[in-house]
Design a protein around this ligand. Structure first.
Ligand SMILES: NC(=O)c1ccc[n+]([C@@H]2O[C@H](COP(=O)([O-])OP(=O)(O)OC[C@H]3O[C@@H](n4cnc5c(N)ncnc54)[C@H](O)[C@@H]3O)[C@@H](O)[C@H]2O)c1
Ligand SMILES: O=C(O)C[C@H](O)C(=O)O
Length: 346
């Protein structure tokens, strides 16, 4: 999936010098019209994500919404000679129009961490932002697939679910917490240690999206490279769990991961679009409503289809180390879920 998306982007970039060729390449592979809306499109993630979605030939309409500065971002991105028609929307009164008719809504709206903060420290601001955006989604595009990026994802996804339940529009198959960046990191870090080609690597990452709730399953990594010691697996696990903090500290007060997140968000949105279009065997890890553990929301591999989640896949065989990691994450994840539910119903 990643490889094919990159090929699509490469094809577009290579051919962009000739609009005739661009038209022909899309014309020969017609795909259904799909509207994608990005909420928080003028932000650190939103801007490169808008660019990547503009390069995705599966998108026919791209709506870019933010509370500030969206017209400039939209005008800029709209000049790229690819399929989608781009429109910028700004402020409360344009939110409905941005959302109407949307097939996929990607939400990177909200504040990012600074050094010393946890993702949960963002709750007080971001919970309210997510609640109001989801209230609008329930009104204007209740059937859209939601890709939740705003942190703390472990709580913002349950908030969204509660908002949709109250509005009578909740479809658990269409609500996704985006944990793809954890997978992207696990793949990169594993490839370096195992000495395998990073482009071929897959590593499932389960649980949630904060600290120890991020549980990479390196025992299921493919392809198998050089044998890694227990110490190396422990270090890889910790680095994946702390990947966000590594970037926050390196940015030293100027935000958190934006470029790698935009890439991860574009990969996940592309998978959702392919699923909606009926492409078979689209599997990605995501934080969704789940019954594979006792927790009501849990990240695991998910098969995507025409209606969103087609199947939540199980965890497979875990090593003792992974089983312990799973037990260790449950109480934190449970309380983040409860915090989100309580907030949404207050
Ligand atoms: N899920 C993940 O893996 C992951 C990875 C990285 C960052 N994040 C999270 O994504 C969020 C955004 O990060 P960023 O670096 O882009 O932050 P940013 O501050 O650069 O951008 C956020 C944007 O959201 C906009 N915004 C705020 N309130 C809004 C509202 N009500 N409606 C629409 N837009 C609104 C802001 O104007 C801003 O442009 C943060 O919460 C961050 O923690 C998640
Ligand atoms: O770490 C953060 O605060 C942002 C994001 O969740 C990440 O994993 O990079």
């Amino acid at each position: 999936m990643r490889a094919s998306m990159l090929r699509s982007i490469e094809t577009v970039l290579k051919r962009s010098s000739s609009s005739h060729v661009v038209r022909r390449s899309f014309g020969s592979e017609p795909s259904p019209d799909r509207k994608v809306t990005v909420l928080g499109a003028a932000g650190g993630i939103g801007q490169p994500l808008a660019l990547l979605m503009k390069l995705n030939p599966l998108v026919s309409k791209l709506a870019l919404y933010d509370i500030a500065a969206t017209p400039g971002v939209a005008a800029d991105v709209s000049h790229i000679n690819t399929r989608s028609e781009v429109k910028g929307y700004m402020g409360d009164d344009q939110l409905g129009e941005a959302l109407e008719g949307s097939d996929v809504v990607i939400i990177p709206a909200g504040v990012p961490r600074k050094p010393g903060m946890t993702r949960d420290d963002l709750f007080n601001i971001n919970a309210g932002i997510v609640k109001s955006l989801c209230t609008a989604i329930a009104k204007y595009c209740p059937n859209a697939v939601i890709n939740m990026i705003s942190n703390p994802v472990n709580s913002t996804v349950p908030i969204a679910a509660e908002v949709f339940k109250k509005a009578g529009t909740y479809d658990e198959k269409k609500l996704f917490g985006v944990t793809t960046l954890d997978v992207v990191r696990a793949r990169t870090f594993y490839a370096g240690k195992a000495g395998v080609n990073v482009a071929d690597v897959d590593v499932p990452v389960v649980g949630g999206h904060a600290g120890i709730t991020i549980l990479p399953l390196f025992s299921q990594a493919t392809p198998r490279g050089s044998n890694l010691s227990d110490e190396e697996i422990t270090a890889l696990t910790k680095r994946t769990q702390d990947g966000g903090t590594e970037v926050v500290e390196a940015k030293a007060g100027k935000g958190s991961a934006t470029l790698s997140m935009a890439y991860a968000g574009a990969v996940f949105a592309n998978a959702c679009l392919k699923g909606l279009n009926g492409v078979p065997d689209i599997v990605e890890c995501s934080y969704v409503q789940s019954t594979i553990t006792e927790l009501p929301f849990f990240a695991s591999k998910v098969r995507l289809g025409k209606n969103g989640v087609e199947e939540v896949l199980g965890l497979g065989n875990l090593t003792d180390f992974e089983k312990q990691g799973l037990e260790n994450l449950k109480s934190e994840l449970q309380s983040s879920i409860e915090k989100g539910i309580k907030f949404a119903n207050a």
